[in-house]
Design a protein around this ligand. Structure first.
Ligand SMILES: *Cc1c(COP(=O)(O)O)cnc(C)c1O
Length: 444
């Protein structure tokens, strides 16, 4: 049996105690894989864009809000798309230049907007009220920060409602097909010479590529109309968002960035003409395939004839999979106590997590070599939106995250991305400093 890099990393993580009795769950990141995906993204757009077209690939920080990951991506030429003061802070801590940072969010406060304008970070306004706020800020302290407007092309949703940003009633952006909206957008640009970008993020998981491309087509056509009416190239940059879906069913990377760029080129040839600078905001597709959650099997029991592996990875780390399993199925791989791939006849079993509610299952009735106590369950394709998006249920601590690289001779080296959260830290964030705060209240 040939071992994959992931297999080698799992065995090394067990051997080195990154996962064990003391730390029963950890996240592993394939550094070479992340670099490869970043390179594929750059190559895909470089292939179709006219020479000299400015292209910024801003990684959607929420997909992996980990400073060393942002730093690695920055070394690969990427920037950051941030949507909160916390995400902006992480991007700054990673050393991502302000010129490669984009602020989106449907709920930016005046302080956030003021800071972004002062730093010169690109801002995409979400709605009319936010534009009015920006009017005031620009009047009092003019800024050279690139400012855009997010629109919702309202082209419809994909197969996952909660992931569909371009439905008729989505909360994001200016709903372009609403009565009078398109005219309003055109006038909003004509009245504001500093408004130079158009933004749409039509995603994400579960969305057909053709629908995504048609959303970008709408964005492009609107930019052409506005520039025509302005009689100048007022809009100089199109931010086409992210949203490329990920294949969670096998090790294959599909669709590829090249397929998407080729489809965009066919659907919206002018996008790559060099008349517009481009910004992308991919998250999931850059990281998902390169992450593995590795969890110890604490007990292997059976109920009603169904074998159940009780592991340390459940809703706290695979939140979406546990709560919406149909939309977010993930593959599980079985490893033995030493971290070697477990072989044997597949047996339908439940892979359960440690949380105290019955639905805490990451896989139900899943055929796998029978897991035993002390074995390990690996949750595959979990590099995006899993181990960086912790759910604090049951006060389970955030696990350690480790990047790995496998040398040609099979040796595995790890770099700590995030240390496991300690119980002291957990107590502190749970009000540990305020233990006495309630005792004196409410006694008349
Ligand atoms: C979440 C988000 C992204 C990234 O989406 P993915 O599906 O992870 O590629 C990009 N842009 C905006 C505005 C987002 O909210």
């Amino acid at each position: 049996m040939t071992l994959t890099d992931r297999d080698r990393a799992v065995a090394a993580a067990v051997a080195q105690g990154l996962v064990g009795e003391a730390e029963p769950v950890a996240g592993l990141l394939d550094v070479a894989g992340i670099r490869r995906s970043a390179g594929e993204l750059r190559a895909a757009f470089d292939e179709f864009a006219a020479p000299g077209t400015p292209v910024l690939h801003a990684f959607a920080v929420k997909a992996a809000s980990l400073v060393p990951v942002l730093r690695l991506l920055a070394q690969e030429g990427l920037g950051c798309e941030v949507a909160s003061p916390g995400e902006l802070r992480l991007a700054r801590a990673a050393g991502v230049p302000v010129a490669r940072t984009v602020l989106d969010s449907p709920a930016k406060t005046p302080a956030e907007l003021r800071e972004a304008l002062a730093l010169g970070i690109a801002v995409n306004a979400d709605n009319a009220e936010e534009l009015a706020r920006l009017d005031g800020l620009m009047a009092s302290a003019p800024s050279a920060a690139p400012i855009g407007l997010r629109v919702n092309p309202q082209i419809g949703g994909g197969s996952i409602g909660a992931m569909s940003t371009a439905t008729d009633t989505s909360k994001f952006g200016v709903a372009l097909r609403d009565e009078g909206a398109r005219d309003w957008v055109v006038r909003a640009f004509l009245a504001r010479p500093w408004l130079t970008r158009l933004h749409a993020h039509v995603g994400s998981q579960g969305m057909p590529l053709e629908l995504m491309a048609s959303g970008v087509r709408t964005l492009f056509d609107l930019a052409e109309e506005i520039n025509g009416r302005a009689g100048r190239r007022q809009i100089d940059t199109l931010d086409i968002g992210g949203g490329l879906p990920v294949n969670f069913a096998s090790d294959a990377t599909t669709p590829t960035y090249r397929e998407y760029a080729a489809l965009l080129h066919k659907t919206v040839p002018g996008l790559f003409s060099g008349r517009y600078g481009l910004v992308t905001e991919f998250g999931r597709s850059l990281l998902a395939k390169h992450g593995t959650v590795l969890a110890r099997v604490e007990y292997a029991k059976s109920a009603g004839g169904r074998p159940i592996a009780v592991t340390h990875a459940g809703a706290q780390i695979a939140t979406r999979t546990v709560f919406v399993p149909r939309a977010w199925p993930i593959r599980v791989a079985a490893y033995d106590a030493e971290g070697r791939p477990r072989t044997g006849e597949p047996v339908a079993q439940d892979i359960a997590g440690p949380c105290c509610f019955a639905g805490d299952l990451v896989a139900e009735d899943r055929p796998l070599p029978l897991l035993r106590a002390g074995d390990h369950a690996a949750l595959l394709d979990t590099g995006a939106y899993y181990f960086s998006t912790h759910f604090a249920y049951n006060s389970l601590p955030r696990p350690g995250i480790y990047g790995y690289a496998v040398a040609p001779d099979g040796a595995v080296r790890f770099g700590t991305v995030r240390s496991p959260q300690t119980l002291e830290e957990l107590t502190a964030e749970s009000g540990g400093a305020h233990a006495e705060a309630l005792g004196g209240l409410g006694t008349s």
